[in-house]
Design a protein around this ligand. Sequence first.
Ligand code: NDP
Length: 446
Amino acid sequence: MKTKEVLADLKSRFPNEPEYHQAVEEVLTSIEDVYNQHPEFERVNLIERLCMPDRVFMFRVSWVDDKGRVRNNMAYRVQHNNAIGPYKGGIRFHSSVNLSILKFLAFEQTFKNSLTTLAMGGAKGGSDFSPKGKSDMEIMRFCQAYIAELWRHIGADTDVPAGDIGVGAREVGYMYGYYKKMAREFTGTFTGKGLTFGGSLIRPEATGYGNCYFLLNMLATRGIDIRGKRVAISGSGNVANFTAQKIIELGAKVVSMSDSQGCIIAPDGLTKEQFDYIFELKTYWRGRLSEVTDKFPELEYHAGQRPWKLVKCDIAMPSATQNELDGDDADALLAGGCIAVSEGANMPSTPEAVHKFVGARILYAPGKAANAGGVATSGLEMAQNSQKLSWSAAEVDSKLRDIMKAIHEQCVEYGRQDDGYINYVRGANVAGFMKVAEAMMAQGVL
Ligand code: NDP
């Protein structure tokens, strides 16, 4: 396998899908030498089968808004690979959603799910529908129309969706409710469900908490204590909020948070009161970060900016969206003394930024390892649903810690270089790839 040739072929067959090409290039570059040590992989053209999704559902969703107008959105579900378990991955509702973004996310999800040690394949879905500014009833009607089309293709042992950007407990509730009505069954077909109908304790917290646990494992390899460290976080949604909550609990300082319109800088770290206000504002009131300085004028708000160049930090945890941290941002972080980057979002750092972090030999964890705690806890939700049992928060949290430790160990095993540096990108990609590849080999050409 030659990465350049595989990539050139994919680009010519699937043009105009830059995010998908970017994700494939990153993985292939880091697994090329390991792949080439296995001529049996090449004999069955395994790499091409692994890069192309098993299938893609693409459909129009028509729904009626509060003024009685008919609105139309494009919607998708990408079932990428089910070699090691049922398809599993979130659903994103955001105006930017297109096939390229969902193909990249489903591809990444396959490796991430493999790393979790649980039996889950990779998938992703979504729509260019934006929940922003929509009424509750409009969101319900959209979710129902989306599931009216999708329900035939998902199921507890087939494909298990969850939340992602723009899809939280409310949207999962509406989608699961409609799925249940259409399928006439009560099974664990969605994760991220409400606690009264099969949801798992700690699932909302899991991606952010898991990222912090992964970070602690990374810092331990260099004997670094997190207490007192300055942590820049982007985003103020599910992942960012629970990351910030855990970071404060661990005795470190949150020096930034952001949303799609700007960022808050807290040079001395957010106080608990300030953080609690932001958490409630963004989670329950669906407010904007620009409102925060009305209540706390001592904080800085920078409209239209990302935090990376605005504040010095020891640790960066990008937790908003893809490609939100570029090469210039990486330069600024490194110049400011940043020692670790642990990604809550999927592919938030551009290839140039990743290259700089790895080149500078700092601790750098790609999203597919660092944010895998979310889907891992979804796997735990699926296990509880199958058994019709609920585990305590302490039990789930303890399993989450163990899983993040196991993911870290796999990254170290496959990513330690001759000079001792742990290349987490390589470690995560190779470890995730080998398990899926072995399962695909055993199952024949499908
Ligand atoms: P949410 O919708 O809860 O929050 C997303 C946050 O990112 C919001 O603050 C949003 O701002 C901001 N944001 C969204 N798009 C942009 C953009 N284009 N530019 C700048 N900011 C933006 O999503 P999640 O927290 O669930 O997801 C965040 C990231 O984490 C995504 O990459 C997702 O794929 C990844 N992830 C999520 C998991 C989960 O369990 N939820 C699991 C693993 C990964 P605003 O408030 O203005 O909309």
